[in-house]
Design a protein around this ligand. Sequence first.
Ligand code: 13P
Ligand code: SF4
Length: 346
Amino acid sequence: MTDTAYASEADAKNLSSTDLDFDPFLDLEEEINSLRQEKNAVILAHVYQDSEIQDIADFVGDSLDLSRKAAATDADIIVFCGVRFMAEVAKILSPGKTVILPDLEAGCSLEQSCPPDKFRIFREAHPDHIALSYINCSAEVKALSDIIVTSSNAEAIINQIPKSQPIMFAPDKYLGSFLARKTGRNMALWPGTCVVHEQFSLRELVRLKTLHPEALVVAHPECPENILREADHIGSTSSLTEFVITSDAPEFIIATEPKIIHQMEKLAPGKTFIGAPGSDGCIGCNNCPFMALNTLEKLYVALRDQTPEIQLPEKLRVAAEKPLRQMLVMSPLKAVTGTSRPRAVA
Ligand code: 13P
Ligand code: SF4
């Protein structure tokens, strides 16, 4: 149990249940639109959210884009449609705003893999190291870190750290080893993984590639190295989306959470997107169980009732803000960690 506090336990139970208190005949889009105006609220959504949430959001993006939006908004209320650590980042950077998350149970396996007390021991075991933490971690782990990174800006930030400075990285071991390979830095890694990305199957991916020889593979760096070796482009969710828009290939295999395909289809119409398979061969089935907890119905109720609200003890918020602000300072304005494999000339 972390010392993060939320408005009330009842909020969590309420919004986690399927019995939401609302009239089922309401036009939810219409209701959300008028509430958003009336309350001066902004709806931020990660690209792994349901398509109907993406479509109603004021802004859809990756973790870095969303933290920048949260820091800059002049709205009174931020409705954060993503997972809890993302909503916490919004609260840390915009403490004067009301930040609501449609379902407080929307956690993250990477965050769960890295309890703050164990992270503290890891940190103490590496006294000479600078502590870089992936944004997918708790506010407590952020508070114990020197700099936060996302998959969009991690490489650019590491390259600003003097080569003589040893680095420790938590909590994603696959992103950490990808960054170590890319930057040539030796990094002490925390052994966390993402439940979605670690489940892609190399055997099934190779089989799918033989069925779609024209398709390019794009992969998030949270994937294991054997999947990344098959990728034509590796990057954050924004970088993957940008790649499929600008590439002249007609077909892509997407090795990340499949709900991102909704944005890709909107932004690159006419192209074909196939979700990468898990070990059962199921195409596009690796959904993030945490992101899936948010629904349009919960979004409506949360905005209407302004709950459940993210609240953090001020001491914790201030301590977690420092490494996040450091990230924003060191992050290039247009941060892209995408790595493309040169295509063979026919
Ligand atoms: P991005 O920062 O690339 O959006 O990734 C967030 C995430 O949770 C990936 O699983
Ligand atoms: Fe966390 Fe993985 Fe879900 Fe991203 S996809 S929020 S890393 S569990």
